[in-house]
Design a protein around this ligand. Structure first.
Ligand SMILES: Nc1ncnc2c1ncn2[C@@H]1O[C@H](COP(=O)(O)OP(=O)(O)OP(=O)(O)O)[C@@H](O)[C@H]1O
Ligand SMILES: O=P(O)(O)OC[C@H]1O[C@H](OP(=O)(O)OP(=O)(O)O)[C@H](O)[C@@H]1O
Ligand SMILES: [Mg+2]
Length: 286
């Protein structure tokens, strides 16, 4: 059983990656379960917040959730981290109103109230600092707490910083940093058949994440410039060079290159006489 977030900000990007990975999850409306292209892989939809426990307790064999939520549920020792999706980046930070006297951790006094959706991580953070504070658990919109007099500061997730800025809150310290992860139940990994399926899923997802940073570049180029072009695009196993039947002096070249290199690469290829340059997205690289 594969547990996936049913809503929230990581749900859609995760489903997109799995779609590209060829899992073909057939979701019918708001249903709680779904089938996949592989009859041995069933999907269940749950809140990202609950998925760490579902995986730790063997309700699901694997699941996708935030690293922050695994730590918050205190199950990091009960699950294995199989891969990092590289998105869903957020930091759990301690923040106080800009006009508050709290400017650093040292200004936090005994008995101050901290509002949060992450009571366990926040409690642990203050225990380490040996500071006694009161944790006020909220289930969202934590930013409002200092302004309605129910807390002195908050600990909340931030990624772009927009929410904190908008609410005139200043970061005091960083508690943890998080991204979206694939986690597995340790016993499921010990089961030979399940392990085999899980490995297939991991390879499929990795192939998608890897391909997202790459492009296939294709071009026609003068034969006598091939060596120079090769130096510009080493490719994954060297570029492929093939004949152009209509023109003896030209060859067709294709190679896989890093997406971020393309902007500077193209003018150099042009200068060497490359023509008909095509840059094509790649769905998966295995
Ligand atoms: N602003 C953000 N930017 C990037 N990732 C985030 C952000 N906020 C949360 N996340 C990640 O997404 C996970 C799920 O958070 P999200 O808020 O989407 O779900 P939720 O709290 O279950 O839903 P909702 O907030 O709609 O009730 C978080 O634990 C974190 O890992
Ligand atoms: O730094 P930013 O890019 O502005 O993102 C941070 C915001 O995103 C999350 O809220 P979410 O949308 O999940 O709402 P919630 O507070 O109700 O969980 C988080 O709790 C912050 O409020
Ligand atoms: Mg949220």
């Amino acid at each position: 059983m594969f547990a996936l977030p049913n809503k929230g900000r990581i749900s859609e990007p995760v489903l997109k990656v799995l779609e590209k990975a060829g899992l073909k999850i057939t979701v019918k409306g708001r249903s709680l379960f779904a089938n996949t292209v592989d009859e041995n892989i069933k999907v269940m939809f749950a809140r990202a917040r609950d998925i760490p426990e579902f995986v730790a307790d063997s309700v699901a064999d694997i699941g996708v959730t935030g690293y922050d939520l695994v730590l918050e549920r205190n199950v990091e020792d009960k699950v294995d981290f199989l891969l990092d999706f590289g998105f869903g980046f957020a930091k759990l930070v301690l923040a106080a109103p800009e006009n508050s006297e709290i400017k650093s951790v040292d200004d936090i006094k005994e008995g101050m109230r901290v509002a949060t959706e992450f009571p366990n991580l926040t409690r642990k953070y203050f225990e380490k600092l040996n500071k006694k504070v009161e944790i006020i658990e909220l289930s969202g919109a934590t930013e409002i707490a200092p302004f309605i007099g129910i807390a002195d500061l908050i600990s909340d997730l931030t990624s772009t910083g927009t929410t904190l800025r908008l609410n005139r809150l200043r970061i005091i310290d960083e508690i943890i940093s998080s991204t979206t992860r694939l986690i597995a139940n340790k016993n499921s990994l010990k089961d030979k058949e399940k392990k085999e399926k899980i490995d297939q899923i991991v390879i499929a997802i990795k192939s998608v994440l890897f391909a997202e940073t790459k492009r296939l570049i294709m071009m026609n180029a003068p034969k006598d410039k091939v060596e120079e072009i090769k130096k510009l695009i080493p490719g994954m196993s060297g570029p492929t060079v093939s004949e152009v039947l209509s023109d003896d002096n030209m060859v067709a070249i294709h190679a896989v290159v890093n997406e971020e290199e393309i902007f500077t690469l193209v003018p150099k290829l042009h200068a060497l006489g490359a023509r008909d340059i095509l840059i094509v997205p790649i769905e998966r690289i295995l």
